[in-house]
Ligand binder design. Structure first.
Ligand code: FES
Length: 387
């Protein structure tokens, strides 16, 4: 119940102070939001970000920001970004969660979601003087414009936008006594946050990690996995090289990890691998012990494309049928809500107010009045969205 005194509402004051930040659309509001909102109120009607940005580019009353402080190559086509978040970032995320990151390239903000690879409340090494940091790891994808841009040399010092940590693929605290990680390629990234968290807590239970990569040079965090394997009696890393041995056969689990049915399992990697794992676990009657994280949308349908009108923003975009409505809005400079960008979290849901859009996963068509997930939908002709 809100505390009141002579008609003065503390909750009301707080909501008034936080409103500018809430309007900015950032999920994961924190007590610092009141402070950031107050800055907006004090400097209104002039834009508060104009003042704050002059003092420190990481300060914003309306959005989460961060500065890239280090770019570290992991393999030929992947890199770790170490980021110093600005005001309002919640460092109490759960290991395994992801963040949204927006990077300005040629005048346009490009957004993607990436798993955090650091433990919560991480401060990096001693040279960082205790400032709290976060890290993500990015693998360049052939068709991924932003991932290639990041890996091939986003400069240190770049200011990025951030969306708050979220996601349900997380390690509980305390961790289960027997854990199995099944990862492939960049699917290792959320698991690295889990491993680093357990190591930092000095609480590494019985953990077996089966990781697949094409060659030894393609293994992200290979040295760190080896070092952890040697140092922590509870941790076993099992590397499977697909270039030499083909893909890992789940039937081999009975040899590599005879007690796999007793373990709480986290799996992350390409879609076909995850589909197989889900079937294998379901057939064993232990689907409830399996946690899965997907990095890609399973596209089984196409759309025609068209002109998308973003009614509230007063903007339009001409798009083809492969471009999601989320990407269309972002490319038109519309502040689109989003989270996972994979059709899971529902953060991106908006209402169609005209025309037709299609779900790229199953081909289902939606019309005016329907609520749709913009991250997995495309324009089936001209359409209008209430955003
Ligand atoms: S962003 Fe998560 S469902 Fe669309």
């Amino acid at each position: 119940m809100a505390s009141k005194s002579g008609g003065f509402s503390v909750r009301g004051l707080r909501e008034w102070l936080e409103a500018p930040v809430a309007e900015g659309g950032n999920a994961g509001r924190t007590p610092l939001d009141a402070l950031r909102g107050a800055a907006a109120r004090i400097t209104t009607p002039l834009l508060p970000d104009d003042y704050l940005h002059l003092v420190n580019p990481l300060w914003s009353a309306r959005e989460l920001r961060g500065r890239i402080v280090e770019v570290r190559k992991e393999t030929a086509d992947s890199a770790t970004l170490v980021i110093k978040p600005g005001w309002g970032f919640d460092f109490k995320f759960a290991p395994g969660q992801y963040i949204g990151i927006g990077v300005l390239v040629e005048g346009r903000w490009h957004w993607r979601s990436y798993s955090l690879t650091c433990p919560p409340d991480w401060t990096g090494d001693a040279t960082n003087k205790g400032r709290r940091l976060i890290s993500i790891a990015v693998k360049a994808m052939p068709e991924g414009f932003l991932s290639s841009h990041i890996v091939s040399g986003v400069p240190e010092g770049t200011i990025v936008r951030l969306a708050a940590p979220q996601g349900g693929f997380v390690l509980p605290d305390p961790a289960p006594s027997k854990v199995l990680f099944l990862t492939a390629g960049s699917g290792i990234t959320p698991v690295m946050a889990m491993l680093r968290t357990m190591d930092r807590r000095d609480a590494v239970p019985d953990v077996l990690h089966v990781h697949s990569a094409r060659t030894p040079d393609d293994v992200m965090f290979g040295d760190e996995l080896r070092e952890l394997h040697d140092r922590r009696p509870g941790f076993t890393a099992h590397l499977h090289l697909t270039g030499e041995n083909g893909k890992f056969a789940l039937a081999d689990l009975d040899t590599v990890c005879p007690d796999w049915r007793e373990r709480e399992t986290w799996a992350c990697g390409p879609l076909p691998m995850l589909d197989e794992i889900e079937k294998h676990w379901a057939a064993a009657g232990i689907g409830d012990r399996l946690h899965v994280e997907r990095f890609e949308i399973e596209r089984n349908a196409t759309a025609e494309g068209g002109t998308v009108t973003f009614a509230k923003a007063g903007r339009t975009a001409e798009v083809d049928g492969a471009t999601t409505l989320l990407q269309a809005g972002e490319s038109a400079g519309v502040q689109m809500p989003f989270g996972c960008r994979m059709g899971i979290c529902q953060t991106c849901v908006v209402t169609v107010t005209g025309g037709h859009v299609r779900d790229l996963r199953n081909g289902k068509e939606h019309r005016a009045g329907d609520k749709i997930q913009t991250c997995i939908s495309a324009a089936a002709g001209d359409c209008t969205l209430e955003v």
